[in-house]
Design a protein around this ligand. Structure first.
Ligand code: ATP
Length: 249
């Protein structure tokens, strides 16, 4: 049984039919990347998985640990072990790194009510020591105001806050390398690899396929709301035609 399975999922924003039969699986312990151009439907796929509305999932099955989760609230879905690092990194600029790590729920504001009522306790998610082991840069900067961190460091802080949540079995990441300088992209990728080594399963949405394919075991390409390619990362790296056709790289 796959940890996550999408089977022929269709999603709409009002009359706009965006996902047109998305099927994919993520096995426990894998890093899988979902690639595609601007507007292909990547964020819509993540929103559909996490139960955020809009969009409306109008057909198909989304199963987590074998349980159908379509129609469940985002709170229930998160309680059951799916967490998300949203596209726009949110940190509290006027608070230090350490203080930001005490406020893990705030990064979820965009996902409406997720976790609003859930008490966050250090021992239930990763503790500070584990977080700083994954992100040594954050430890060096624990007293620094988050607003003065570089874009890459803010991204790491945003990811770290999500890992403080209890019970993260599957981590969804929405374009974590967006807008970062190449050197910083490398350190974010390094963090993703180290998170994967802790046994956390990752579904990584990226437009930057070159970066994502360095850390992912397998990949899917979404184009105009449909999966048009799936394979191992090595296969896609070797397939110039497919990358040119769907990813323009
Ligand atoms: P990007 O890489 O630019 O973030 P994406 O692959 O994540 O792109 P989505 O954000 O999922 O793409 O958008 C897919 C399509 O759905 C786009 O055509 C977008 O305009 C449309 N869309 C997204 N959000 C809404 C919304 N709230 N209402 C209506 N249409 C929407």
């Amino acid at each position: 049984m796959s940890l996550l399975e999408l089977d022929d999922v269709h999603s709409h924003y009002g009359p706009s039919h965006i996902l047109r039969g998305v099927s994919l699986t993520v096995e426990r312990g894998e890093v899988v990347t979902l690639l595609g151009r601007n507007g292909a439907g990547k964020t819509t796929t993540l929103r559909s998985i996490i139960g955020a509305t809009p969009p409306e999932v109008s057909a198909g099955r989304i199963a987590f640990g074998g349980e159908d989760i379509v129609g469940n609230s985002p709170e229930d879905i998160v309680m059951n072990g799916i967490a998300i690092v949203p596209e726009e990194r949110r940190v509290f600029g006027d608070f230090t790194v350490e203080e930001n790590l005490r406020m893990p729920d705030i990064s979820r504001q965009d996902w409406n009510t997720i976790l609003r009522d859930m008490p966050v306790e250090d021992e239930s998610g990763m503790n500070d020591e584990e977080i700083y082991e994954l992100f040594p840069r954050l430890e060096e900067r624990r007293e620094q105001y988050a607003g003065t961190l570089s874009g890459g460091e803010q991204q790491m802080l945003s990811i770290a806050r999500t890992l403080k949540l209890p019970n993260v079995d599957l981590l969804l990441m929405d374009e974590p390398t967006e807008g970062l300088a190449p050197q910083i992209v490398e350190s974010v990728l390094d963090s993703i690899e180290r998170i994967a080594e802790t046994g956390t399963t990752i579904l990584l949405v990226e437009q930057n396929s070159t970066a994502a394919l360095k850390v992912a075991d397998r990949c899917y390409i979404l184009d105009d709301g449909s999966i048009v390619y799936q394979g191992s990362s090595e296969e896609l790296v070797a397939d110039d035609d497919v990358r040119l056709r769907y990813l323009a790289v």
